[in-house]
Design a protein around this ligand. Structure first.
Ligand SMILES: [Zn+2]
Length: 446
């Protein structure tokens, strides 16, 4: 076959690849990127499309923090709805969290149940985190063998009886497995020892006061110490507290194998803007003040924070206490999978960051974390997973356009920049009528 003959050729004025944004032509063959050429290169394809300068071609977003909740809590969310929302939002790979489904994904049988629940339902590619609870440490190797991308544990009460936290001794045992295998242990790093439970209140400040930054900072320190002692590989989930960044930076500088992620809601929202009773914005750790938000951006700019992921954490609408607005009873979790890319971009754009930064945080770094070298990059040999976004085009988030099982989302009614015009999965353009083409992915490298 001629080197310059493709199934599909995408010529675009703006393609983010290799850390730059330039005019390029992307040749796709067999669902894989076969060439990245100058935009005007001589080439032949069965189908050719041209994208003008008002839109940019990005690698499909890799969202490594998504709670799909199926099986068991499919009324909260499910693989069909979550992956349809992902596709609409430019996300071509998601990695499902091991908590909020029944059973929790803490052993190979539970992973098999997860896999079964995906059959015929996936609109984008899906991988799995394996859960680690005190009684499942012995299942870590079997889970890895069965295809999880890595592990997830809690240091504080997760709110789920089947997902208790690890103490420091169990944390070290889990990290010892990561030292041996090279796969990451993602840690929900909050330490709530001595923190009073929230009382009934519609005031956001009351909820925030029960989860001060020290709760995260203490937990991050525990993770860093255990990682240093074991030579393991840790990843801090959804970091909200900017005062944890100096310890994180220092540990990284001395060679401790730790990475960290934050989320669009910590980067775009602030405590000052969350109104009384606006429980759609409740999550844990909580959205903090505007000064903290600025410091998180500095952490991203400095590379202390690696990734931006949605932490899409849905539930039944009634669990959000929208009627009473009581922060103490509302589910702690934000649904945002479909709008995570424009939400992060809206905030990044306003602070002078570039699309190359966004791609590093939302595609490359998560793909690296999950050991998915065929994902998150526009390079020869990678899957032809693309997102075409109009970065300067604003839109108001309309609940009727959200494909999550339940359209409860703190961005409803807000104006965001970055309309996702098209999403391609392994060479196929996805639309509302696409058959489910998603596949399961597993870690291919430590
Ligand atoms: Zn989560």
């Amino acid at each position: 076959m001629d080197d310059r003959t493709f199934d599909l050729l995408v010529r675009a004025e703006r393609v983010v690849a290799g850390g730059t944004e330039e005019p390029r032509a992307i040749g796709v063959r067999g669902g894989v990127i076969a060439a990245v050429l100058p935009i005007d290169a001589a080439a032949f394809a069965a189908e050719e499309i041209t994208i003008g300068a008002d839109a940019v071609v990005l690698p499909g977003v890799v969202d490594t923090h998504v709670h799909v909740c199926e099986p068991g809590n499919a009324a909260w969310e499910g693989f069909a709805t979550a992956t349809a929302a992902a596709a609409a939002g430019g996300v071509t790979t998601l990695v499902d969290m091991p908590i909020d489904s029944v059973p929790a994904t803490v052993d190979p049988d539970a992973l098999a149940a997860k896999r079964h629940a995906t059959e015929g339902r996936l609109h984008v590619d899906v991988g799995f985190w394996g859960g680690v609870v005190p009684t499942s440490l012995g299942s870590m190797d079997a889970l890895l063998e069965a295809g999880v991308v890595g592990f997830k544990c809690f240091l504080a009460d997760s709110g789920a009886e089947d997902f208790p936290p690890l103490d420091d001794q169990s944390l070290e045992l889990a990290l010892a497995v990561t030292a041996r295998t090279g796969v990451p242990l993602m840690v929900h790093a909050e330490d709530l020892a001595g923190v009073p439970a929230p009382g009934p209140s519609r005031r956001y400040a009351d909820w925030l006061a029960t989860r001060p930054r020290a709760t995260e900072d203490r937990a991050v320190t525990r993770v860093l110490e255990a990682t240093r002692r074991t030579g393991g590989r840790a990843h801090i989930a959804h970091l909200s507290s900017a005062t944890a960044l100096p310890a994180l930076a220092a540990a990284r500088a001395e060679g401790v194998a730790v990475t960290a992620e934050t989320c669009p809601h910590y980067l775009l929202l602030s405590a000052e803007e969350i109104g009384d009773g606006d429980t759609a914005a409740k999550c844990s750790p909580p959205v903090r003040d505007a000064a903290n938000r600025t410091a998180l951006w500095e952490g991203l700019a400095a590379g202390v924070l690696d990734a931006v992921v949605s932490d899409h954490s849905p539930c039944l609408p009634q669990m959000k206490s929208l009627d009473t607005g009581d922060f103490s009873t509302a589910w702690a979790g934000i649904s945002s999978l479909q709008v995570a890319l424009p939400a992060a971009w809206t905030a990044a754009r306003a602070r002078g960051f570039r699309l190359t930064d966004l791609v590093r945080w939302m595609a490359e770094a998560p793909a690296d974390l999950a050991g998915l070298p065929a994902k998150g990059r526009i390079v020869v040999g990678a899957d032809a997973d693309l997102c075409v976004m109009a970065p300067e085009e604003p839109f108001v988030v309309d609940r009727s356009c959200l494909l999550h099982r339940h359209p409860v989302c703190p961005y409803v009614g807000k104006e965001l920049f970055g309309i996702v015009r098209a999403t391609m999965l392994r060479g196929h353009w996805l639309d509302a009528n696409s058959s489910p083409l998603g596949r399961l992915v597993r870690r291919s490298a430590a």
